[in-house]
Design a protein around this ligand. Structure first.
Ligand SMILES: Nc1ncnc2c1ncn2[C@@H]1O[C@H](COP(=O)(O)OP(=O)(O)OP(=O)(O)O)[C@@H](O)[C@H]1O
Ligand SMILES: [Mg+2]
Length: 203
């Protein structure tokens, strides 16, 4: 149940060890709707690990899970996979890229969520044979790119892009999801130029 009294996210006493190596000990923080929270820490401090816990990533479960509680809108959640987290409205842009190099920005942004339209064949044989609605794909990806206030070419293939544009494509992919409530960015400015980083922080 959503209500206005509970914060969007609470992380309570989060603990994590990897094979006995204690990486996180009693991490607590609260994040309200519309708030931006930055986590700072040196290399290996456990920032990515904390975000992987929140996003339900397999590596956390495969290495023995974590301690503590995560609450979204005041309700305790346990995300066993990133799909559970996505369903709850959490998006994540990873420190390492997760784009398909041979696809365009638009194709990556809408991957597995492509809008489709009916054609004569699919009228007969079913929706599996629908045609991709490229016009609608362009519209949705342009809208997401516009939100960031940067000029990336939606039709450019990822492998031809400068690294900063790849990062913006990943962010646009998350911003284009209707159910998005909370976006996790793991070191989003690390691969950006100073100018690109400023554009991102302003948007
Ligand atoms: N899958 C894993 N197996 C074992 N140890 C791991 C694993 N993932 C992370 N660690 C260890 O956990 C610690 C925290 O790593 P993590 O990547 O969360 O740090 P970070 O704060 O994101 O660092 P960086 O600034 O370099 O990205 C490190 O000591 C790392 O070696
Ligand atoms: Mg990290």
């Amino acid at each position: 149940m959503t209500n206005n009294v509970n914060p969007l996210l609470q992380m309570q006493n989060i603990k994590k060890d990897f094979f006995g190596n204690q990486v996180l000990t009693d991490i607590n923080f609260t994040l309200g709707e519309g708030e931006v929270l930055g986590l700072c820490g040196e290399n290996g401090a456990g920032k990515s690990t904390l975000m992987k816990i929140l996003f339900g990533m397999d590596v956390i479960r495969e290495t023995g899970g974590y301690g503590g509680d995560i609450l979204i809108d005041g309700q305790k959640v346990e995300f066993n996979t990133p799909f559970d987290a996505l369903e709850a409205g959490i998006g994540m842009v990873h420190q390492e890229f997760s784009l398909i190099p041979g696809f365009s920005a638009t194709e990556n942004i809408l991957l597995n969520r492509e809008p489709c339209k009916k054609n004569i064949v699919s009228e007969v044989f079913g929706d599996r044979l629908n045609t991709l609605d490229y016009k609608e794909m362009d519209r949705r990806s342009s809208a997401a790119i516009e939100k960031m206030g940067v000029a990336i070419d939606a039709n450019m293939v990822i492998s031809d892009m400068p690294v900063g544009h790849k990062q913006f494509t990943e962010i646009a992919r998350e911003l284009s999801k209707d159910q998005l409530k909370l976006l996790i960015l793991d070191e989003p400015t690390a691969v950006l130029t100073e100018k690109e980083a400023e554009a991102l922080l302003e948007s």
